[in-house]
Design a protein around this ligand. Structure first.
Ligand code: FES
Length: 105
């Protein structure tokens, strides 16, 4: 099972095991990361699952597509590494990924 390291807004670190095929958003929700409210349930329409991918991992995750970028315009603290976590599927290739959760989420 791939591990995901979440770094929360208060700098606390939570390392969780993810299920391959789940989204990073689903993994966060399943592991009680309350900052990810995921109001739209993963339909790429709310931006309440906004996260920032660590610099060391962004090349593996890739950039948001046009639709995701449009939805992210309603998020706060958007950076070049911002993604909607519901749009990132967990694979073995992402084992060890580090994901930051902005304070505004
Ligand atoms: S859960 Fe709504 S955009 Fe990701």
């Amino acid at each position: 099972m791939p591990n995901i390291t979440f770094i929360l807004a208060d700098e606390s670190v939570k390392v969780v095991e993810a299920i391959e095929g789940d989204s990073i958003m689903q993994t966060a929700v399943d592991n009680d990361i309350e900052e990810i409210t995921a109001s739209c349930g993963g339909n790429c329409s709310c931006a309440t699952c906004h996260c920032i991918i660590d610099d060391t991992w962004i090349s593996k995750v890739g950039a948001a597509d046009e639709d995701e970028t449009a939805v992210m315009e309603s998020a706060i603290e958007v950076t070049a590494n911002s993604r909607l976590s519901c749009q990132i599927k967990v694979t073995d290739a992402l084992d060890g990924i580090v994901v930051h959760i902005p304070s505004s989420e």
